[in-house]
Design a protein around this ligand. Structure first.
Ligand SMILES: Cc1cc2nc3c(=O)[nH]c(=O)nc-3n(C[C@H](O)[C@H](O)[C@H](O)COP(=O)(O)O)c2cc1C
Length: 290
């Protein structure tokens, strides 16, 4: 089935495959009918997070290729305020994975996959340059410097994700790296003025596991034309429930509405899993968030 076709096979899909791809992405909701298909668009629309991996190492040159793609992303003022730490040492990976287990759930794929990339918002290099002559890096004290470096790390990482998928690898982002950001920083020897925004598991998908493209809401939910349309955006979420309930049923997940996920992730502190302490960790790392 198209859904589990290896993304290495990124030739142009047939009309039937295009329809199937859009059906998986949107379910019974309205679908965009005028997609301009090419290999890049096809590869992007095939994305799904991978949570089952083979232990095989990445092929020679894969890490460098992925990082070259990351470096090719636009970055704020060409200041290069991000870094990535590639963790391959199994013992270290296990200790880092442990930090994400605040509620006992964890992300076992961190240990399964051969490489775990830790993406950092990183002002440390430029902060040292600024301070070398005794100058005060006042700009780094403002919240925007954290936002800027976090944006740049995110853009770089998403380029890396696309590159990895184009090589037939799978990825899964791990926001749970912020559950105990202080411990993660210590484990990888992070300097001040940097912090791990999220991790990314990279490896070969286990071919025996089930993968399913996760549906997105219809475009009217996220696409506004000229002015934000609150009603259209919210009403458009109704038909999304059907797509998500079919997705959950197919993967054997307990039934739950998407709205319930949205509600509980906003109202229950358990969702934070330790991330409520992030401000203190950031301040200790030198970010003043003015
Ligand atoms: C910044 C970020 C953090 C994420 N953190 C986690 C995580 O800690 N554990 C996990 O299993 N998935 C994590 N994900 C994956 C999302 O759950 C996933 O992207 C989303 O459900 C959509 O599914 P898809 O990627 O298969 O399309 C994260 C994704 C992003 C972008």
């Amino acid at each position: 089935m198209f859904v589990i076709m290896n993304s290495r096979n990124s030739s142009m899909p047939s009309t039937e495959q295009r329809d199937e791809l859009l059906a998986l992405r949107y379910g019974p909701q309205d679908k965009p009918e005028n997609i301009i298909w090419n290999d890049t668009i096809t590869a992007l629309l095939r994305h799904r997070s991978v949570r089952f991996y083979r232990p095989d190492p990445l092929p020679d040159g894969a890490l460098e290729t992925i990082v070259a793609a990351a470096q090719a992303a636009s970055n704020s003022s060409n200041l290069h305020q991000w870094s990535v730490v590639a963790v391959t040492d199994p013992a270290l990976k296990a200790r880092i994975a442990e930090t994400s287990r605040a509620n006992g759930v964890g992300n076992p794929y961190i240990e399964q996959a051969p490489v775990f990339l830790l993406w950092g918002a990183d002002l440390s290099r430029n902060n040292a340059i600024a301070g070398a002559d005794g100058d005060h890096a006042i700009v780094h004290e403002y919240l925007d410097s954290l936002v800027m470096s976090t944006i740049d790390a995110s853009l770089a990482s998403q380029n890396a994700a696309i590159a990895a998928e184009s090589l037939g690898l799978g990825i899964c982002y791990i926001g749970a790296m912020r559950n105990d950001a202080r411990a993660v920083a210590e484990l990888i020897g992070l300097p001040k003025f940097s912090f791990v925004t999220f991790g990314m598991v990279v490896g070969y998908p286990d071919a025996d596991a089930a993968y399913r493209i996760r549906p997105r809401p219809a475009q009217e939910v996220v696409l506004h034309r000229n002015r934000y349309d609150v009603n259209r955006s919210r009403e458009g979420l109704e038909p999304y429930e059907e797509a998500m309930s079919a997705f959950r049923a197919e993967l054997g997940m307990t039934p739950k509405t998407w709205k319930e996920s949205a509600r509980s992730s906003a109202t229950e502190m358990a969702y934070m899993d330790g991330r409520e302490n992030l401000r203190a960790t950031l301040e200790d790392a030198g970010f003043m968030l003015r």
